[in-house]
Design a protein around this ligand. Structure first.
Ligand code: SAH
Length: 523
C-alpha cells in the first residue's frame, strides 16, 4: 500500500440516511427526518422535495439535485447510487431526500440494496406518502367504516402497456368497498378508467384527481369515475397528481377543510435569507400563499477578535459614568452580537450601556430578548437616529455601532462629528447566496406571481445571481413588493418597478400591505 491508499483506508465510512421529505408541505417531514438534515454534510434530493427544506440547510451542506426536469441533464438511477456510495466513502453523512415516502414508488429499496451491497451503513426514515397526504388535505379519509375496508396503492404509469403492466386491473375493478389510489396517472387516466370499467367497476363510483396535494397550489377535481378523464382534461391537471377512487371520495364535500386566503394560489418568491425568513414564510402560508424560497443573501457569523479584545475594558466595568452607547440597526446585528458577547462577558454588564435602535424588526428583536432601548428615534431610520443621537453624546461618551459588512457609515460619521468616540463592531457578514441546480430548475418551471424584497441588499443579491436583464425580465411579470422607501429606492435604481410598498416597514407590515393590495383588487 502506498501512502495515499493508507490514508484512504483509515478514513471512516460515512452514513446514508434515506429520508422521506413528505408530500410537499415542508412541515410534513418527520422530526427524525429534520434532525438528519440539520446535521448532515451532503443532501441528494429530488424534484418533489419542498425547496424550503433545501433553502434552510446550513450553507456548508453540499447539495446535489438529481430530479428529472426538462432542460437539465440529470443522473440515471445507477449514477445516483454511485453518487451516494462515493459521498459515504468520503466519510460524509449523507441525506438522500425523496418526495413523500422513499419506498412508495420512490426507488428507495434499490438505493438501500446498493448501499447494503457496498457495505455502507444506512438508516431508513419513512415519510408521509403523497396519496395519504392528498387524501387528508382534501378531506378524503382513505379508509372509513362502512365505506372502505381496504386500501390499494398502485402506479398507473403502465396502464396502457399490456406486457409490462404489473397492476391487476380486472381484479381491482372487482374490489368494491375499498379505496384505490393511483400515482403517476395523469396521462394514462383514460386507459385506467376504461380498464376499470371493462373489469366491471361501477361507472358512478366517486373519483377524484388531486394535483399538488398538501401544497398551497393543491387543486382537486371530483366526479363519477366515468367522467374523471374529461374533468381532468378540462381542468388541465398536470403532474404531480394522483387519483383516488372509491366511496370515501364522497366525504370530500363534507370534510374538505382547506380554506382560501387573500393570497391563495399566489406563488411568492421570497429573497430574504432563509435563516431569517421563517416568520415571513409562516405569515404568507397563513394567507394561503405558495412559497418559493429563493434567498439571495447568506448571513455568516463574523467575529472581530481584535476589536472585541480592545473593547474588553469598556465592556467589563460594572458601572461606568457617563454611560456609553450600543447602537443596533438590524436583527442580525442583535443576534450575532449577543452570541459573541455572551462568550466573553456576563450579560448583566450590558446594563452599563444605553441602547439605540434603527428599524422595527431590530426593536422587536431587542424587546424579545428583554431589552428596552433608550433611544427609539422617530422615524426609526438611520436618518432619525443620526438626528437624535448626537443630543446624548456628552464628552467621554463612547459608541459601539454593531453592524454587518454592508451598509453605510452615516452613524459613525455623525457620532464623530458630535465629538464622541465610535467603534464599528462587525458581528456578521452578508454574502450573495449560491443557488443550486434544484433552485434554478424550479425557477425555470415556475413563474412567481409576487417577488418580495425585505432590504435593498436582497435585490442586489438577486441581480448578482441572475444578471440584471434576467432579474428585470422576471420582475416585469410579477408584483414587486418592497418593505419600505429605502429598499424601493434600490429596486427602482435597477430599473424595476415597485408595485406594493409596505405601510409599516416590517415583515408583518409587508405581508399586510400585500394582502390589502389583493383584497382591493377583488370585486
Ligand atoms: N415517493 C413518492 C411518490 C413518487 S412517484 C411518495 O411517496 O409520495 C411520483 C408521483 O407521486 C407523482 O406522479 C404523483 O402521482 C404523486 N405525487 C407526489 N407528490 C404529489 C402531490 N403533492 N400531490 C399529488 N400527487 C403527488
Amino acid at each position: 500500500m502506498n501512502n495515499e491508499q493508507n490514508i484512504s483506508a483509515l478514513k471512516t465510512v460515512g452514513k446514508v440516511y434515506l429520508v422521506g421529505a413528505g408530500p410537499g408541505d415542508p412541515k410534513l417531514i418527520t422530526v427524525r427526518g429534520l434532525e438528519t438534515l440539520q446535521s448532515c454534510d451532503a443532501v441528494v434530493y429530488d424534484r418533489l422535495v419542498s425547496l424550503e427544506l433545501i433553502a434552510a440547510l446550513p450553507p456548508q451542506v453540499q447539495r446535489y439535485f438529481v430530479g428529472k426536469a426538462s432542460g437539465y441533464h440529470t443522473l440515471e438511477q445507477d449514477q445516483i447510487n454511485e453518487l451516494l456510495t462515493r459521498l459515504a466513502l468520503e466519510g460524509l453523512t449523507v441525506v438522500r431526500l425523496k418526495g413523500g415516502d422513499p419506498f412508495v414508488f420512490g426507488r428507495g429499496g434499490e438505493e438501500a440494496l446498493h448501499l447494503k451491497r457496498h457495505g455502507i451503513p444506512y438508516e431508513l426514515v419513512p415519510g408521509i406518502t403523497a396519496g395519504l397526504a392528498a387524501g387528508a388535505f382534501t378531506g378524503i379519509p382513505v379508509t372509513h367504516r362502512g365505506k372502505s375496508g381496504f386500501l390499494t396503492i398502485i402506479t398507473a404509469h403502465e396502464a396502457a402497456n399490456n406486457q409490462e403492466c404489473q397492476v391487476p386491473w380486472e381484479w381491482l375493478a372487482q374490489g368494491r368497498d375499498g379505496t384505490l389510489i393511483g400515482y403517476m396517472g395523469v396521462t394514462q387516466l383514460p386507459q385506467v378508467v376504461s380498464r376499470l370499467l371493462a373489469g366491471g367497476m361501477d361507472p358512478e363510483t366517486p373519483a377524484a384527481m388531486i394535483e399538488r396535494g398538501a401544497t398551497a397550489l393543491q387543486r382537486t377535481v371530483k366526479g363519477a369515475l366515468k367522467d374523471l378523464p374529461m374533468l381532468v382534461q378540462k381542468a388541465r391537471i398536470t403532474p404531480p397528481a394522483l387519483f383516488i377512487i372509491g366511496e370515501v371520495v364522497s366525504l370530500h364535500d363534507e370534510l374538505g377543510w382547506v380554506q382560501t386566503g387573500s393570497l391563495s394560489g399566489k406563488k411568492v418568491m421570497v429573497t430574504r435569507p432563509s435563516s431569517q425568513a421563517e416568520e415571513l414564510y409562516n405569515l404568507l402560508r397563513g394567507h394561503g400563499a405558495y412559497i418559493m424560497p429563493f434567498p439571495t443573501l447568506a448571513i455568516q457569523d463574523y467575529e472581530d477578535l481584535i476589536l472585541w479584545d480592545q473593547l474588553t475594558p469598556l465592556l467589563q466595568q460594572w458601572e461606568t459614568r457617563p454611560r456609553h452607547w450600543l447602537v443596533f440597526s438590524s436583527e442580525n446585528g442583535v443576534q450575532h452580537f449577543m452570541i459573541q458577547f455572551k462568550k466573553r462577558h456576563d450579560l448583566r454588564k450590558l446594563s452599563n450601556f444605553r441602547i439605540g435602535v434603527i428599524g422595527i424588526g431590530t426593536l422587536r428583536m431587542l424587546r424579545f430578548l428583554g431589552f428596552n432601548p433608550d433611544l427609539v428615534p422617530d422615524p426609526l431610520t438611520t436618518a432619525g437616529l443620526v438626528r437624535e443621537l448626537p443630543g446624548y453624546l456628552g464628552s467621554g461618551v463612547q459608541v459601539i455601532r454593531v453592524r454587518g459588512n454592508q451598509g453605510d457609515d452615516r452613524i459613525e460619521l455623525a457620532v464623530r462629528a458630535a465629538g464622541a468616540n465610535v467603534h464599528s463592531l462587525q458581528v456578521y457578514s452578508t454574502k450573495t447566496a449560491v443557488w443550486d441546480e434544484g433552485l434554478k430548475t424550479h425557477l425555470r418551471l415556475e413563474q412567481p406571481d409576487i417577488i418580495m424584497f425585505t432590504s435593498g441588499a436582497t435585490l442586489t443579491g438577486l441581480v448578482e445571481i441572475m444578471g440584471l436583464e434576467a432579474a428585470r425580465e422576471l420582475a416585469s411579470k410579477s408584483v414587486v413588493a418592497s418593505i419600505g422607501p429605502t429598499t424601493s429606492g434600490v429596486i427602482m435604481e435597477s430599473g424595476i418597478e415597485v408595485t406594493v410598498e409596505a405601510d409599516e416597514h416590517s415583515v408583518p407590515g409587508l405581508v399586510q400591505s400585500l394582502v390589502s393590495f389583493y383584497n382591493s383588487k377583488k370585486p
